[in-house]
Design a protein around this ligand. Structure first.
Ligand code: FBP
Length: 333
C-alpha cells in the first residue's frame, strides 16, 4: 500500500525533475549517501581502530590533520573518482582541486566538500559532519579550472550535509526545499525522515565560542550580552548550545530555531569558516528552510568568491535572530 514505508533516498531523488538535472543530481546524492555509509561505519568503530589522533601533517588551513580528516577526504576522492557526473573535487583538506581524467561532457558538475566538519570532536566521540556543494561546470567544451569553482552560493545546484550523530543523517536541497534522510542500519538504506523542513522564524538558543569574546567587535559582544538578559516578551534569555561541530549546531537550528555565530575577530576580520566549503552550502540549506545566513552586513549567498579557501564571518539561523544580530553588529540598535 503506497506510503506504508518512508521512501528511500533513491526513490525520493528519482523524482527530481529533468529540468533540475534530475538523473545526474540523483546519482551524485546517492554517491554522497554511499560516502556517508563508509565514513559513519569507520566512526562507529573509531575507538577500536587505529584511526584516532593526528597524521602529523598540517593542511592548507594551517590546522593539524586528523587521521579521520584524511580518511574522509580519500573516501570522497575514491567514490567520486569512480562515479560519473563529477569532473573535479575541491576539498577543505586540499590546497588545489583534483581534476578527474574523465572524457566528454558527461561530467557536468563540480563538487566542493568539507570531508569532516568538527575536527576538534574526532577523538572524543562527539558529533561530526560532512558538508557538500554541487556546482555546474561553466563550459563543458573545455577542461575545468580552479576559477570554475568561484561561483556564488546562489549558483549552487545542490548542497547539504551528512550528520554523524546518534544516527547518521543526510540533509540536502536542490532548490526545492530541504529534506532529511536517516540511515537505517537494518537495511543499509537512507529513509525519508523530514520532508520540506521549515525552521522557526525565531529561536531560543545560540551557538558561539564565547572563549573568543575578547576578540569580538563591540556590536558582537553587545548582541551576545543582549541574548542573556531575561525578557519574557522576546523569549530571552537564550540558552547556549555550542557543540564544536557546525553541522550539528545547524541541524539543531533547522529543527528548533536559533542562531550560530562565528564572527569576524579583531585579528581575523574574516573569522574562521570557509565560504565555499561551509558558509555557502549551509547558507543555502538554511535559506531554503526559511532562515538566513549573513556576514553581519552581507548575504552569504551573494558573495562572489575570489579564492578557493576564502573565509567569511558567519551568522546563520532563524530569520529574525540573524536580523537582530546584523543590527547589533552594524550598530543600528
Ligand atoms: P573544521 O571544518 O576544521 O572542523 O572547522 C570548522 C569547525 O570545527 C566547526 O565545525 C565548529 O563550529 C568550529 O570550527 C569550532 O571552532 P572553534 O574550536 O574555534 O570554536
Amino acid at each position: 500500500m503506497p506510503g506504508l514505508f518512508p521512501l528511500t533516498l533513491s526513490q525520493f531523488t528519482g523524482h527530481l525533475p529533468a529540468s533540475h538535472h534530475g538523473r545526474a543530481l540523483s546519482d551524485i546524492l546517492l554517491q554522497i549517501g554511499l560516502l556517508g555509509k563508509l565514513v559513519s561505519s569507520d566512526l562507529r568503530r573509531a575507538g577500536l581502530l587505529d584511526i584516532l589522533g593526528v597524521t602529523g601533517q598540517t593542511n592548507v588551513q594551517g590546522e593539524s590533520v586528523k587521521k579521520l580528516d584524511e580518511i574522509a577526504n580519500d573516501t570522497f576522492l575514491t567514490v567520486f573518482g569512480e562515479a560519473d557526473g563529477v569532473s573535479a573535487v575541491a576539498s577543505e583538506e586540499m590546497e588545489k582541486p583534483v581534476f578527474f581524467q574523465k572524457p566528454g561532457a558527461d561530467a557536468a558538475f563540480l563538487l566542493v566538500v568539507d570531508p569532516l566538519d568538527g575536527s576538534s570532536n574526532t577523538d572524543c566521540n562527539m558529533p561530526l559532519g560532512t558538508i557538500f556543494s554541487v556546482l555546474r561546470r561553466r563550459d563543458t567544451n573545455r577542461r575545468p579550472t580552479e576559477e570554475d569553482f568561484f561561483q556564488r552560493g546562489v549558483d549552487q545546484v545542490a548542497a547539504g550535509y551528512l550528520f554523524y550523530g546518534s544516527s547518521t543523517m543526510l540533509v540536502y536541497t536542490t532548490g526545492q526545499g530541504v529534506h532529511g534522510f536517516t540511515l537505517d542500519p537494518g537495511i543499509g538504506e537512507y529513509r525519508l525522515a523530514l520532508e520540506h523542513i521549515r525552521m522557526p522564524d525565531k529561536g531560543k538558543t545560540y551557538a558561539v565560542n564565547e572563549g573568543n569574546c575578547h576578540k569580538w567587535t563591540p556590536g558582537m559582544r553587545q548582541y551576545v550580552e543582549y541574548l542573556k538578559v531575561p525578557d519574557k516578551a522576546t523569549g530571552r534569555p537564550y540558552s547556549g548550545r555550542y557543540s564544536g561541530c557546525l553541522v550539528a549546531d545547524v541541524h539543531r537550528l533547522l529543527l528548533t530555531g536559533g542562531i550560530y555565530l562565528y564572527p569576524g575577530e579583531t585579528d581575523k576580520p574574516q573569522g574562521k569558516l570557509r565560504l565555499l566549503y561551509e558558509a555557502n552550502p549551509l547558507g543555502w540549506i538554511v535559506e531554503q528552510a526559511g532562515g538566513s545566513a549573513s556576514t553581519g552586513s552581507d548575504r552569504i549567498l551573494d558573495i562572489t568568491p575570489k579564492t578557493l579557501h576564502q573565509r567569511v564571518p558567519l551568522l546563520i539561523g532563524s530569520r529574525q535572530d540573524v536580523e537582530t544580530a546584523d543590527a547589533f553588529i552594524q550598530g543600528r540598535t
